[in-house]
Design a protein around this ligand. Sequence first.
Ligand SMILES: Nc1ncnc2c1ncn2[C@@H]1O[C@H](COP(=O)(O)OP(=O)(O)OP(=O)(O)O)[C@@H](O)[C@H]1O
Ligand SMILES: [Mg+2]
Length: 506
Amino acid sequence: MVSNENEYVLVCKDISKAFGGTQALKSVQLKIKPGEVHALMGENGAGKSTLMKIVIGLYKQDSGSMTFEGKPYQAKGPVDAIKAGIAMIHQELNPEPHLSIADNIFLKREDTVCGIFLNKKKQNDRANEILRQFSFPYESTTLIKELTLAQVQMIEIIKAVSSDARLIIMDEPTSSLDSEETAHLFRVINDLKSKGVAIIYISHRMNEIFEICDQVSVFRDGMYIGSKPIADVSRHDLIEMMVGRKVENVFPKIDCEIGDVVFEARGLTGKGFSNINFKVRAGEILGISGLVGSGRSETMRAIFGLDSYESGKIFLNGKEIRIKSPADAIAKGICMVNEDRKNFGLCLLRSLRENISLPNLPKHQPHLLIDQAREKRECEDVAKKLTVKAASIEHTAYSLSGGNQQKVVISKWIMANPKLLILDEPTRGVDVGAKAEIHALMCQFAAKGMAVIMISSELPEVMSMSDRILVYHEGRIGGEILRSEILSESVTEKDILAKAFGGVSG
Ligand SMILES: Nc1ncnc2c1ncn2[C@@H]1O[C@H](COP(=O)(O)OP(=O)(O)OP(=O)(O)O)[C@@H](O)[C@H]1O
Ligand SMILES: [Mg+2]
């Protein structure tokens, strides 16, 4: 191919990388132009994050080369990459909770006198100036641990932008942002674009790719499939490039018979939510929509015994119960998949088998010893059902791609076979194929008579999967929508958003 490499800000040529027996990248290509928002797409485990980590020097490729701004480029590590002009916002956030916002923004590029003394005041002032530019509502001295996941994500973005990078890699940046925060991020991206900054944008959300990106490159199983202008591809083309086959129905909701009330919350009030009343029946999928921070997760955490609630009652199969802890909830038949898989969902350094088996130990340990053959068989079975991409269930959870980690989190609760299954953002970071599989599984659970609650910030997902939707607004339930209203299109995406914002339409 004849092309002038100088027109590109970054060129990756024939990059290969293996981890033990896993060939994560097989001679892949990537070419990014200045001022372009370039989507990098592919199923879970396709190798997207691995290539990005090579670009910023976290991993070293086995073969292949790169150029940055026309010159040979190879970073020894992220600090080196930032110095060269490349910043990355990681898929799994890694902030330092005990540092202040300012310390985080300037981590490893502190303003020092003679390389020793830190000019704290100057650093805080500079950070405040940057925060104001982004209308971030906190002072630079606030500690990271006081922020929500979405705010921490915003700080990561601010950090990358303020490092004066000419290329910013965003690995699933909107995974914990709500629609308003996402819109804000898109404004920031457009602004960067107009300044000639290039962005590599990794996301499984099709809507976002079509809204913000100019060009798309697709990887499949560690291989480079192709690159096209967004204007020249349809959703279907993209899915086909990613999975190598046609995926007909992305959200295959199967209607099942809806039975008796399994769970009821009456007047539930606690930190972040008040007077919550709802019922969920056997076979029903209850979708919960609303903005991030509207009290959805807080309510579910209280029901699962992760937090306590102040007043109100909960009933399971018509009997009032009190949940003292998550262990108590699991014993009574309530399970929950947490939205924050890294901190609450997985033991990253343990094997997949141990992770999946952990909440199911009573089952695998009928007597004093664990029935290892049964444990292995059942774990393999569940992992296969969800197509977890790993060479063996003895690998650590850490070595899996983000989406595959999420599948492992779901796997472990599936085995527990609960009466009520609460899923908080179950398909965050999960690719189209696996998403369809998780949705199909949810339908199967419902068909078995399980009651399912699904919190999701993705409107198309809630709208297609739920029998009923509750919309949260500022800690209260601000509206209820039935499946029939969605099917007849008397309620649209816009109406749900309006309810989430407190009833103001438009
Ligand atoms: N540190 C590691 N050790 C071992 N294997 C790894 C490691 N990092 C990645 N892999 C493997 O390399 C492959 C590619 O993973 P990668 O994280 O790049 O996928 P991805 O395209 O970013 O997927 P996702 O959409 O799920 O984030 C996977 O099979 C993964 O298990
Ligand atoms: Mg990834």
